[in-house]
Design a protein around this ligand. Sequence first.
Ligand code: ZN
Length: 501
Amino acid sequence: MGSPLEALGFDLEPRSLTKTSAGEWSLARRGSRSHLVVKAAPGHEAILGDFEGEGRGASAGTILVVPCSPKNAASLRKHLPWLRPQPLGTATSAGLGDRLGLGTPGHVRAVRAVGGGLRPIFAQQSIREMGRTGRTPQEVMDDATWGTFAEGWRDGVGSDADHLKAPDDVDACLAAGFSMFTIDPGEHVDATADTADGGTLRAKVAGLPWEALEDTEPDQRARYRDRQVVIEDHRFTLDEETLLRAAAKYGRAVAHVVRMERHLRRAAADREVELEVSVDETETPTAPAEHYWVASELARLGVRWVSLAPRFVGRFEKGVDYIGDLALLEKDLAVHAAIARHLGPYKLSLHSGSDKFSVYPVAAEQTRGLVHLKTAGTSYLEALRTVADVDPPFFRSIYAFARERYETDRASYHVSARLDRAPDADVVSEKEISSLLEQFDAREILHVTFGSVLNAREADGQPRFRDAFFRILRSNPEVYAGHLEAHFVRHLRPFAERSAG
Ligand code: ZN
């Protein structure tokens, strides 16, 4: 199909070329825009009716050149079933969230480079970050579809509607075709239970929504009292105080997950979907006995899930390596992983998983591959690296702006960067400007200010950075994909090596 399209100024994207019995499918670029090209095989011309656009009939009724629109993405998923997100079950998996919508080609290359049985999720974004980036669940899904197709990835994908907090979130993501739903009951976790005295705990437990917990006997002690839990070589006792504390801390969260799961199963009807439970964004760590209690209660209430994200010990800050005692974290991972094997099996999910290079070998080992790695914001930092390569002064202006925004924007993230330790924008030479992405404080500052950077406007209402930022990424797709591939190979390799396959 090359020549007629080339005559019209289109460049075929070679990795996208896909042949099926119904025809040939590919992407072709003109300028910085991609278009879908569909060539029907003889007798299969009817498939062309599923696509919309002006560019019908580049070659008399058998070829279409149409825009990468939502309808055409949906039709592509209909005809190329490997582009449709599927539940991944307990297979070793990694989520590569992409806030800008142009990162999937680089993500695919990294997954392909590490090989093994690692199952990828390219469409993944939390409701919070969709709000910040002004994207809908459908846009997140479609951007991942186009990127997956562009790279010719045919080995299947999952998709993660991340950190959902309300039933409405579930509905919007279900309609967009998501297959995994991460339920975050974090705002129903009562961290004050960690240090509360016996009387306070008893009052908290008495106030739990027992009806939602379907319990006629509002006394968790009866069910678990003094149980000696022995799992592999881990042991702990569910004494009265431990049970009271677990129920006081997580009781409302359990009730919320139950409500969300039932809503999801009802709304999904006969569609196959899967669930993750995440309490990672809470103030205090999830003790092993608390994990055990939460999982036991969820199971008793009929909830089915494939992965669970406890809040581990130490600090999982955005965009930087683990902060804390790695030996303690390894012990923590070991016992949580054992509980997940014993009560599931389900996967342990590692959130804020970006850039935790010291943790990956330990996590892959302790979970024996029963693990999901979740990353998101670090792809934005690789986009910034691309900007720094292509237009250093523009990157410098973004960094200066990020420094101004940091004290405000840090509020909803776990970060500890300090402005006084981050180099001033003007003191770094043009040649070394991308080294700011390696400096701890500068990196966190850049990480948490992405929403402000993308949404900043000039006095006349024009976007201050957004358009130029996207123009650079669209005009330099190979630079961006190269940075993403190199960065993510380091993330994925330890897990690919442990993947059950
Ligand atoms: Zn999380």
